[in-house]
Design a protein around this ligand. Structure first.
Ligand code: ATP
Ligand code: MN
Length: 462
């Protein structure tokens, strides 16, 4: 009996067995009564070579096939004499399911720029590059769940529509059911949100953290993994308006504890990709990032270095480097500073801790020096910050004071203070932008190439 197989599952047990494969033509080459088709079905990097010869009854049709045509192949698995592949298929029958309109097909053999591919985001998943990226993305999402599930973390889905601004940065997308052509306004011309769907002003969430804290104080160890939205106008290669975020939160846990979890986590998910994606990583290395494998292996093997913000400022000031952005205790670090520290100074990933409280969010725990908070950023070569986290302020008094300073002491957040009123505990967590992780592991320079349909300023196509 013929089995329907995915290309990636072909192995030596099938040699000389009849199989059927479904897929699309990547390339076709004819040579003296034989046609070689490189067939792909998305399950592996290289696809498989199908050999068709002139005895096939539709051989004429086969010799006219173009890139992108869809086929069903019935044939036999044989060991391949060709270099770089273990098996090939000798076709007994080829059904042409869908032709691909020849040279009108936008994806041609010659290869295209990533910029051009973004304009045809509905076709680019069929390319080698996006194929590699999305198989890695898939492995990373699975690895994230498996890391936390193995450690007995509860997966919690926090809301997407919210009345909170967790980062306090005000870069939110407003959600409304009001008629924008005819807004209900008061005598001063201000919109009356009491008439809106929720009876108040709401937005798309920028972070699931506050909700994750609620669940951590009931289930001890939890994580979120869901979409977040930021209306930041920064048109950069590292920012999206819609991206996915992973946010673990642990009760009875201080900053040191979350540092070691973060390091284990990053090593685990990178390790899964090194193990499963040899071909994808080799391809991406050849095309886009010459140091890709070396960097990933290095991170997987080395112990991260921990430095305080104050030590980092000192190192940077004594470095003799000329940086574009100003450098002074109390200012935020730019990616040039972060990259200098990790790439040139310690040559390892860095846990940078204890930042000045003025440059960090209101919910971070104040240290005894009263100047810094128990924050941590993990810095990676090539990227700078990959993870940001902290121990949370668990004292009711301190948190109320901080929220007052930030103008957040109001009814909207009273429930958040309840977490400190009733059974408060030290707790800590971090946030990781999923696409930043995919970008790092795949070596892609632009974040728009690691998400199916990027949402960025001026563009929400597809
Ligand atoms: P950045 O300085 O890069 O804008 P941030 O300090 O605003 O980052 P956080 O608020 O700490 O970021 O968010 C947690 C994580 O979410 C970041 O470490 C990063 O990985 C990711 N992230 C933040 N903003 C974006 C974005 N616009 N697109 C993709 N990922 C993002
Ligand atoms: Mn930001």
């Amino acid at each position: 009996m013929t089995q329907r197989l995915r290309i990636s599952s072909i192995n030596k047990d099938q040699i000389n067995q009849p199989v059927s494969l479904n897929g699309w033509v990547r390339t076709r080459r004819d040579s003296k009564g034989i046609t070689f088709i490189q067939l792909y079905d998305g399950s592996n990097q290289n696809g498989i070579q199908v050999v068709a010869d002139e005895v096939l009854k539709n051989y004429q049709e086969i010799t006219k096939l173009s890139t992108g045509a869809s086929l069903v192949i019935h044939g036999k698995v044989v060991e391949s004499p060709a270099k770089g592949q273990d098996f090939e298929i000798h076709a007994a029958e080829i059904e042409v399911i869908g032709d691909s309109a020849g040279d009108q097909y936008p994806l041609q053999k010659k290869g295209h720029t990533l910029e051009f591919l973004r304009e045809i985001a509905h076709l680019r998943p069929r390319t080698n590059t996006l194929g590699a990226v999305f198989r890695i993305r898939n492995t990373l999402s699975w690895a994230i769940h498996s890391f936390f599930q193995q450690r007995n973390f509860l997966y919690v889905q926090t809301p997407i529509i919210t009345a909170n601004d967790a980062e306090g940065a005000g870069e939110m997308f407003r959600v409304t059911a009001l008629n924008l052509e005819n807004l209900p306004c008061d005598s001063q011309g201000k919109v009356n949100y009491e008439e809106d769907f929720f009876g108040t002003d709401v937005s798309l969430t920028v972070s699931g953290q506050l909700g994750a804290e609620v669940f951590a104080l009931a289930f001890t160890d939890v994580y979120t993994f869901g979409p977040t939205f930021r209306a930041e106008k920064s048109n950069t290669s590292r920012h999206l308006a819609e991206f996915w975020m992973i946010e673990p939160e642990m009760a009875f846990m201080d900053l040191r504890g979350i540092l070691s979890l973060t390091e284990d986590f990053l090593k685990y998910v990178i390790g899964e990709c090194l193990e499963k994606h040899e071909h994808e990583l080799a391809f991406l290395q050849k095309m886009y990032e010459p140091d890709l494998l070396e960097t990933l292996k290095h991170i997987h093997q080395t112990e991260f270095e921990t430095l305080t913000y104050t030590e980092a400022i000192d190192i940077l000031q004594k470095s003799g480097e000329s940086f574009e952005f100003p450098l002074k205790w109390g200012l935020g670090l730019q990616s040039e500073h972060e990259r200098f520290l990790t790439e040139k100074h310690v040559k390892k990933p860095i846990n940078l801790i204890n930042y000045p409280k003025e440059i960090k969010a209101f919910y971070m725990k104040q240290n005894d020096d009263e100047k810094t908070v128990a924050a941590m950023d993990v810095l990676f070569p090539r990227l700078g910050e990959i993870v940001g986290g902290s121990q949370r302020e668990d004292s009711l008094e301190m948190l109320s004071a901080r929220m007052k300073e930030h103008g957040l002491l109001n009814d909207t957040y009273d429930w958040y203070l309840d977490l400190r009123r009733f059974g408060t505990v030290p707790h800590s967590g971090f946030g990781l932008g999923f696409e930043r992780l995919v970008q790092f592991v795949s070596g892609m320079k632009n974040i728009r190439d690691v998400i199916p349909f990027p949402r960025v300023p001026g563009n929400a196509n597809f």
